[in-house]
Design a protein around this ligand. Structure first.
Ligand SMILES: Nc1ncnc2c1ncn2[C@@H]1O[C@H](COP(=O)(O)OP(=O)(O)OP(=O)(O)O)[C@@H](O)[C@H]1O
Ligand SMILES: [Mg+2]
Length: 356
């Protein structure tokens, strides 16, 4: 960690399939303050299934955001997700951090469907004394070529990546800084983006389960496009209610119907994941669902989760415990866009020198 490591977080760079988000925070006397939050759209096929397909488009977008935020050459953390990341909870004999570092590759090899040479492997000790001489470890492996893709666009975009995280971990990190969770509570956090849902379960204050689902709000945009024969931009406006002519009636009702159908499919997938968690754990009752990500703002999604899972649903505010200077930010605008910033805030909380 550098001389100023205790004061500045790194720049959090969240490269989503529909938008790039950049957040910078500062830590002063123990509390966090927002320095910048910038975001900008990507063309629809720039990032597909977690892979960067249009390098130029992503680099240009990052450059714009870096310029707007005035963070050229700053250290940044970024995240990967989806099928190029394997996360597994392991029960291993108690050992020191050094021993774990020495043996994790060998342990990982049994669980990874890729050649061990092609992945970066990291491990976090969840519970150093889980009983009977065992400890709980969270193993994470990410494909090197995918990590390199993300690192390259960040470098070309004018940043210095020093931390590579996993999207759902960043979201859970953001959540823990902003919300205090009773130790006996189990909750699910869903980061619902354009083409993915990152699912995380916290139980007793620890990560109990994670899963990435390849589905998101873009499915709804695509349906609206098809149904009304409109462009992507028009369909987005219909979806978010930005299109005022929409209040005319039948179209609005039709959009609402499509939203109900698509969000219902999303909840089915989430439930399928959570059923797996419930079936394989002891403290399985999920008491509350928290939502972040742009598509968390779909009222139909909130209703569908409440109805089908019969739990309270709450939108996460990533700036809940982060000071925001009203002279620098339009608070109204910021609060409305807040759920989108979830992962980027989590990334901005990381420190250079954290495990990469
Ligand atoms: N007010 C709104 N109502 C409904 N959907 C919205 C709203 N605002 C943004 N969205 C949707 O949120 C999505 C963008 O959210 P986000 O930035 O979290 O996704 P992403 O990170 O780009 O995607 P992913 O992580 O899945 O690759 C888009 O599909 C957009 O249409
Ligand atoms: Mg995202």
């Amino acid at each position: 960690m550098g001389l100023f490591g205790g004061r500045h977080g790194v720049v959090g760079l969240d490269i989503g399939s529909s938008m790039v988000k950049l957040v910078r925070l500062r830590q002063a006397s123990g509390s966090w303050e927002l320095l910048s939050f910038n975001m900008g759209p990507l063309p629809p096929d720039a990032v597909v299934e977690g892979r960067i397909m249009n390098f130029t488009a992503v680099v240009e977008r990052i450059r714009d955001l870096v310029r707007e935020a005035g963070v050229k050459d700053a250290e940044c953390s970024l995240s990967v997700s989806g099928s190029s990341v394997i996360i597994k909870k392991l029960s291993l004999p108690e050992m020191t951090r050094e021993e774990l570092d020495d043996s994790i590759l060998w342990e990982a090899e049994q669980y990874i469907p890729f050649d061990i040479k092609d992945v970066n492997v990291d491990a976090q000790i969840l519970n150093p004394r889980a009983g009977q001489g065992q400890m709980d470890v969270l193993m994470v492996a990410a494909k090197k070529d995918v990590v390199n893709e993300y690192v390259s666009v960040a470098v070309e975009g004018g940043l210095r990546p020093t931390v590579v995280d996993v999207s759902i971990f960043a979201c859970l990190n953001m959540f823990e800084v902003n919300y205090s969770v009773p130790a006996d509570q189990t909750l699910a956090l869903l980061n619902v983006g354009a083409n993915s849902i990152n699912v995380g379960v916290l139980s007793g204050g620890a990560i109990a389960f994670t899963r990435d689902i390849a589905m998101g709000g873009a499915a709804l945009t695509a349906e609206i496009q098809k149904q009304f024969n409109v462009s992507y931009d028009e369909a987005e406006a219909f979806k978010t209610g930005a299109e005022s002519s929409l209040s005319s009636s039948t179209v609005a009702r039709e959009v609402a119907k499509i939203a109900d159908r698509v969000t219902d499919q999303m909840v089915t997938e989430v439930q399928r994941s959570l059923d797996f968690f419930v079936a394989t754990s002891i403290k399985a009752d999920i008491g509350r669902v928290y939502l972040s990500g742009g598509s968390a703002q779909l009222p139909a999604l909130i209703r569908a989760i409440e109805r089908r899972m019969e739990v309270p649903v709450e939108l996460v505010n990533p700036f809940r415990n982060i000071a925001v200077d009203a002279r620098r930010f339009d608070i109204d605008l910021l609060q409305r866009a807040a759920p989108v910033a979830g992962a980027a805030v989590g990334l901005a909380l990381r420190r250079p020198g954290d495990a990469a």
